[in-house]
Design a protein around this ligand. Structure first.
Ligand code: FE2
Length: 305
């Protein structure tokens, strides 16, 4: 029984100063600007084939407008839509190009966690800039940190148990890891569809909260170079480079000019559908988040958008 969700597709993020944000995401982070509208910019990692993995919306404040998952086929999208409605969640349907330049067929709903979620099939494919016949390993000149692709999104909500159950039961996400409070409720969960450690994760906090969006880099050394670039350009490094206990990933956290948290991420492991989830106890939460320091950073847990 496959729900047809392939992976995290993209995030839509609010920024008050669109020009400043584009400069930051293109020159420092190293995303590729693909399209522009008066109040919107479309970006992607260099190795992504689809039109966008990050949409910047000009808005008075910062935060997350929507997140989207890539769905395998038309039939799968219809089946998922029916399951979401059967779970008592209202959906809207959107034709290709209706919600964004290059968008495919989209089913949109608000998840129990308070986030606007899009399930999308058929986003415009524009290629990764290198040929399919005898290609070089990259497109040549790359700017900034130059992550090849989006990796995961980390959200906050009041009822992590409820949000996790919805994503597992309705959307067929697999839980790879969880952090359990002493009273048994879930403080954080990590969920995947792409066989990595997580496409999406939830942390206890306010409904609709946005903790960070992460782009993949190929190794730990890229995190050092990313931190060097942040320091050089006066960008606030929130944490890292660090190692997580949960997911065994490595990350670097920093803020865009609007205050949205970004992560460069690498490492982790592969998760098979028949693997069992890993559990962390509340007393070991520090090690789960920041493995070496072994302490939960208060700012990391409480600052969000
Ligand atoms: Fe992350």
């Amino acid at each position: 029984m496959s729900s047809g969700i392939v992976r995290l597709s993209h995030a839509e993020v609010r920024v008050p100063d669109l020009e400043l944000a584009v400069a930051y995401y293109v020159e420092l982070v190293g995303l590729v600007e693909v399209d522009r509208e008066p109040d919107r910019a479309y970006l992607k990692g260099w190795d992504e084939h689809q039109h966008h993995s990050l949409i910047l919306n000009r808005a008075p404040t910062y935060g997350l407008d929507a997140l989207a998952f890539k769905v395998q086929g038309d039939g799968e999208l219809d089946a998922l839509a029916a399951r979401v409605e059967a779970a008592g969640v209202a959906i809207t349907r959107h034709a290709p190009g209706e919600l964004a330049i290059g968008s495919g067929d989209i089913v949109r709903f608000r998840s129990p966690s308070g986030h606007v979620v899009d399930l999308e099939h058929g986003q415009l494919q524009i290629g990764n800039g290198i040929p399919k016949l005898n290609p070089p390993v990259g497109p040549g000149e790359l700017k900034g940190m130059a992550p090849p692709r989006i990796d995961h999104i980390f959200l906050m909500c009041e009822d992590v148990d409820g949000a996790t159950a919805f994503f597992r039961e309705v959307l067929d996400f697999r839980m790879t890891e969880q952090i359990l409070a002493d009273d048994g409720h879930q403080l954080a969960t990590f969920l995947e569809r792409d066989h990595s450690t997580h496409d999406i994760a939830f942390l206890t906090g306010p409904d609709g909260g946005f903790h960070h969006v992460a782009y993949w880099v190929d190794d730990w050394n890229e995190l050092r170079k990313g931190a060097d670039a942040c320091a050089y350009h006066g960008v606030t490094v929130d944490a890292g480079p660090i190692r997580h206990g949960a997911t065994r990933g490595c990350g670097l956290y920093f803020f865009d000019p609007a205050g949205n948290r970004n992560e460069l991420y690498t490492g982790g492991y592969w998760f098979d559908p028949d693997d069992e989830p890993t559990t962390w106890t509340e007393s070991e939460m520090g090690r789960a988040i920041f493995y070496y320091r072994g302490q939960v950073d208060r700012g990391f847990m409480t600052v969000h958008s």
